[in-house]
Design a binder for this molecule. Structure first.
Ligand SMILES: NC(=O)c1ccc[n+]([C@@H]2O[C@H](COP(=O)([O-])OP(=O)(O)OC[C@H]3O[C@@H](n4cnc5c(N)ncnc54)[C@H](O)[C@@H]3O)[C@@H](O)[C@H]2O)c1
Length: 339
């Protein structure tokens, strides 16, 4: 299948591209290149459309059978940088892309959404039927996108939103602003596992390769079983509190000290998520990587690459640097578009 992967130069992107290549698909990427120069090592090269999502034209999407949509401003701290911009990119531009794709004859649109839409729920466990209570512009923007995309579903345009749990694990374009990757890299580099909250918040976790697996399966699942679906992606057994994640890291990186930042309070975003629906709709889906194997694999890669710092691996800090150096404008459009 000829597939356009947006955001293929992000954290999840290269892992998805490898998995789709392995499954025999023909991939083209589309990305504005906000993290150019941040890769830890090369990954599979694919033809690339260097374009901002907000400027996509019908020509960019015509001829593709499916789009896997990953591009966006990913994570809560980044979402706070400019909430209106977060809504513009993650919400409006996502729905616009899907509308253009539908008009151009693309038949399937797989949207990378997030469990952050659950935010601060009133119930102890959430599933896809639970009310959405996002507590950040990022979570709100993902909920808006899902809603707008839902209105584009038709028998000839299959739309699925994958609500991924918090991703972890190694990617050639690693991010260390995700809880597991952050704690594991801090333990490895500084011998410190530093919590910026009291550690009581619940987070469902999913390994980046398991996210990729869900997208691979979603591409070929029968439209009759998947069209219009919203699917949490993760595993019931991988709901952890942040302090549990910290303890798992400390068991695997002996000697690393657990510290809690001064004045650290509760994280409002906290939820435990059920993942029954994805197993029903995509029967071949299950999570192959648990927290422990994911941390061990991260450490093996840190050692292999002789990782010395997290420069370029923290999204907000990287983009603030680009803004300060006028390499992107205030609306995060790169001065020079390049992959
Ligand atoms: N990482 C997670 O834990 C997680 C969890 C759930 C959902 N998601 C979602 O999955 C998707 C991918 O996440 P990620 O962690 O790989 O993100 P990332 O920040 O690592 O990568 C995003 C990519 O999108 C590109 N991009 C950003 N704005 C763009 C624009 N306006 N036009 C074109 N390209 C643009 C960036 O250049 C980057 O390569 C995002 O939609 C994110 O919200 C991520």
């Amino acid at each position: 299948m000829r597939v356009l992967v947006t955001g293929h130069l992000g954290y999840i992107g290269p892992v998805v591209v490898s998995a789709l290549n392995e499954a025999g698909h023909d991939i083209v990427g589309l990305d504005s290149g906000l993290f150019r120069g941040c890769a830890l090592e090369p990954s599979a090269e694919v033809p690339t459309i260097a374009r901002d999502l907000r400027d996509v034209t019908p020509d960019d999407v015509s001829g593709f059978e499916a789009i896997v949509h990953l591009a966006g401003l990913s994570n809560d701290p980044l979402g706070f940088l400019d909430p209106a911009l977060t809504h513009e990119v993650n919400g409006a531009a996502t729905v616009r892309l899907a509308r253009i794709a539908r008009e151009a004859g693309v038949r399937r649109f797989l949207n990378s959404s997030s469990c952050s839409v659950y935010g601060a729920p009133e119930e102890p466990w959430v599933d896809e039927t639970s009310a959405l209570r996002p507590v950040t512009p990022y979570g709100e923007s993902k909920a808006t996108a899902e809603q707008g995309l839902g209105q584009l579903v038709s028998p000839s345009f299959c739309v699925v939103s994958f609500r991924n749990a918090t991703a972890f694990g190694y990617s050639p374009r690693l991010r260390t602003d995700l809880v597991v990757n952050d704690l594991a890299s801090g333990a490895y580099l500084r011998g410190e596992i530093r919590l910026n909250s009291d550690g009581s918040a619940w987070r469902p976790l999913v390994h980046v390769r398991d996210i990729a697996r869900a997208f691979v399966l979603g591409l070929t699942a029968p439209s009759t079983s998947i069209n219009g679906a919203i699917l949490n992606v993760g595993a019931d057994a991988q709901n952890y509190t942040v302090i549990e994640i910290a303890r798992a890291v400390s068991e695997i990186v002996p000697g690393a000290r657990l510290t809690i930042a001064e004045g650290a309070g509760k994280d409002r975003r906290s939820y435990r998520t059920r993942f029954e629906r994805v197993r029903n709709v995509l029967p071949d889906f299950s999570c192959a990587y648990d927290l422990r194997t994911g941390i061990e694999d991260l450490l093996a890669n840190f050692r292999r690459l002789d990782l010395r710092s997290t420069d370029g691996l923290v999204r907000l800090a990287h983009l603030q640097r680009l803004i300060a150096g006028a390499e992107v404008d205030a609306s995060l459009r790169p001065r020079v578009l390049a992959a």
